[in-house]
Design a protein around this ligand. Structure first.
Ligand SMILES: [Cu+2]
Length: 365
């Protein structure tokens, strides 16, 4: 080949390559094309294109991963208060489920003695803030449900049975149901829960309005007992024992005040015959729920409490619910004479303050 190509410079390009001289075959073992590597322009362009694609793909993957991490971070931990952390949301959802199940369990098993709102009945009230604050704590509730009513005051004849199926003899409820009941009893009253069908777990609709039925918890999370108040007693009946702690101090004081006020009246009535009405409480109920008393004259109620160790009393209220007479609360077996001031002719109701479902009607005529 000529050393210098002829013609104008543009014709001289591309510079012709000197012909490839194959190396002597005997010195190499690989075939000549393996050594004569040549990058064609197409191939070179392709390499450039591919590597730029590859960089894009890599960049996009990094972006996707970064976005995923950010999204997951928000989902899982809920920073900056934008969303609720996932685990908290899950715990809350489980809590709501437990409360809603507990509501059904309570209505089915407990309401007949403790009232549908926990207001009390045969058994003590459960929905009171002073009791929920510390006395009805989770651990205590668990103990009571495991051991039954005897755990409360040590009364072996307590009406409340054992509930837990781990007790001996076993009760009807398993530990999940016990947990649900405890969650329900201690549910806060600033949250609204849905009433669900126990079998279907579907929300229950009010047949009249068609609205989903709801309920609220009992416990007021902001409740604080008055400074220096005596904590609720371990045994609920001591609340009603005469001359006990501050909460019951005022009713017993008023109870003692009214009989003494009417003592003179009854004395004068006693002179005129002193009519006496007898009322018996037995098995957390008044044996006679309809009593007749004289109108416009003081009379005496001979109140016979036949329930050993269980406190009862009689409070007389008019149709508007105003208390007209409140007898002293005392445990059985005992009898006390209540001096009741004169009542106008009419119908009155009488209740036991310890057991709101002990009621009767008193007719004065
Ligand atoms: Cu009672």
């Amino acid at each position: 080949m000529a050393e210098t190509p002829e013609g104008p410079p543009e014709q001289r390009l591309p510079v012709p390559r000197p012909p490839v001289e194959p190396a002597p075959v005997e010195r190499f073992t690989s075939p000549p094309q393996a050594r004569t590597f040549e990058l064609t322009p197409e191939r070179a362009a392709q390499v450039v294109r591919q590597s730029s694609n590859a960089r894009w793909v890599g960049f996009l993957i990094v972006v996707i991963v970064a976005l995923f991490i950010a999204a997951y971070w928000f989902y899982e931990l809920g920073p900056l208060g934008i969303s609720e952390p996932r685990l908290d949301a899950e715990t809350n959802a489980q809590q709501v489920t437990a409360v809603e199940r507990g509501y059904n369990l309570f209505e089915a098993n407990c309401a007949r003695c403790h009232g549908t709102q926990g207001e009390g009945g045969v058994g003590p009230a459960l929905n009171r803030q002073d009791k929920l604050f510390a006395h009805l704590n989770e651990n205590y509730l668990r103990q009571v449900l495991n051991a039954g009513g005897r755990y409360v005051c040590g009364n072996p004849n307590s009406l409340m049975p054992v509930w837990s199926n781990t007790a001996n003899p076993p009760g009807p409820l398993n530990y999940i149901q016990i947990d649900a009941l405890i969650a329900f009893i201690r549910a806060p009253n600033n949250q609204t829960y849905t009433v669900r069908d126990p079998a279907l777990n579907e929300p229950v609709h009010d047949p009249v309005t068609g609205q989903v039925e709801t309920f609220k918890g009992w416990l007021d999370p902001n409740y604080k007992p008055a400074a220096g108040a005596t904590p609720y007693p371990d045994c609920w009946t001591t609340e009603f024992a005469s001359g006990s702690a501050s909460p019951s101090g005022s009713p017993s004081a008023s109870g003692s005040a009214s009989p003494s006020g009417s003592a003179s009246a009854s004395a004068s009535a006693g002179a005129g015959g002193g009519e006496s009405v007898s009322i018996v409480a037995q098995g957390i109920a008044f044996t006679t729920t309809d009593v007749t008393a004289p109108a416009d004259a003081a009379f005496v109620i001979a109140f016979d409490n036949e329930d050993a160790g269980t406190p009862h009393n009689i409070e007389i209220k008019d149709s508007g619910g105003t208390s007209l007479f409140k007898g002293e609360i005392f445990p059985g077996v005992a009898t006390k004479n209540y001096d009741v001031p004169a009542l106008k002719a009419g119908t009155y109701s009488f209740v036991c303050d310890v057991h709101p479902n002990m009621t009767g009607t008193l007719t004065a005529k």
